[in-house]
Write a protein that binds this ligand. Sequence first.
Ligand SMILES: [Fe+2]
Length: 437
Amino acid sequence: MTNLTLYDSFDWTKFLQEYWQNKSGIFNDVLKEPLATPEEIFEGLLKVAEQYYQDCDKPTTSNTIERSRDGEQRIADIKFLTKKSRIIGDLHEYMPTRNDSNLKNYSKRLENVFGGTYLLYITNFYYYMPDAWRRTCDFLKNLYQVAGLPADYTDLELFIGTYPLTAGGIHRDRSSNFHFVVDGQKTMYVWPRQEFWKEGTPEHLKSRKLDKMHLNEYLEHGIAYKGQKGDMIYWQPNYWHAGSSEVYSASLVIAVNMNGQLSKLFVQGINNILKNKTINKIPAIELNKTFAQEELPEDFVEANQKILSDDKLLNNIRLSWLQHASNFGFKYKLKPRETVNILDTSEVVFSAFSSILCLRENDKIAIVSNGHILSFNYCREVEKLIEIINLKESLKINEIFAKILVSNSNQSSTIEILRNVISKLYSIYSLEINTQS
Ligand SMILES: [Fe+2]
């Protein structure tokens, strides 16, 4: 696959040797095209607003668009932060509308609403922006080839606003951060390592707790990266850091959390077996009674038996791992897009960032790509289709079928199955379909 995003002059090998998990830096020769333009970010924000209008419980004290009710997916966290606090409650009036026209105007409106200073921070922003997601994958593939996939997750976060200091002030995260200034100017202040405080902090500051909200006291002992539109600032986990945007800026941050809990995939595998079953209550323990093993609530005993007697546990864990690995470390898979009409002359172009994976289990075949698991009844032709797609050559639909189908077989039903698989793979962004008129 051609390198869509990076400048040839950006030296990944040097970056990985010198900077990755080791030190901070600013780079101005990384991306040929931004992860997202201000126009795309504005469109993404309108989708966030749409989601907020759909999800928001009214009246509510909820301050996010995240959903936490049983069985519902928690997607993004949206925070409007002012000088002193996070806005809670109804966020309708702060959401963008078409009347704002563009990102800068929208930001201007928020500045006015919040008295000149505000920060809008959104996690998992890629969920609303498939193009930005694609460019982020393109960027990350270089990193992952050497550093491996994050055992935890990668996020694409949006920061937009005008603020003298990041809400919360100087802080540390556990992620490696690739901070791209997409619009305006922004300064990131970093203080390398905790040891820095021992070595580089003057005596009169050592004796007291870090004054997180007063940047000025520590400025001369840190590093200031003044980012312009197009620049990337990198800093490694556990660096103390704070951002400052005295004038309007918009940034996209790829935050890579490498360290994850080993148990996570097991939990996911068990969830698959139990079909994410929830229970609405468990019986209360009778007072003055000794708790014995047989008194585990019936639901737990049943679930335990199901897990232990299920020979599919390893398979489910394997599937969870494939799902995680195929999703480029992102927490959430993209929402499937609407499918398109597939003609015999349509051209299929491979667009997944890693091979499409298959896992056969008896009469079923699971196809895993971009974090999605597609399940079909097993047939050799489906397996063959994936093998052909994974060759990553552009082919017309009729050429693909000619490679797969044996004459005299029941072609029409097989063609229907293959079309269905291609259509589903398109909807999860694993391939593109070019239909020329
Ligand atoms: Fe941070």
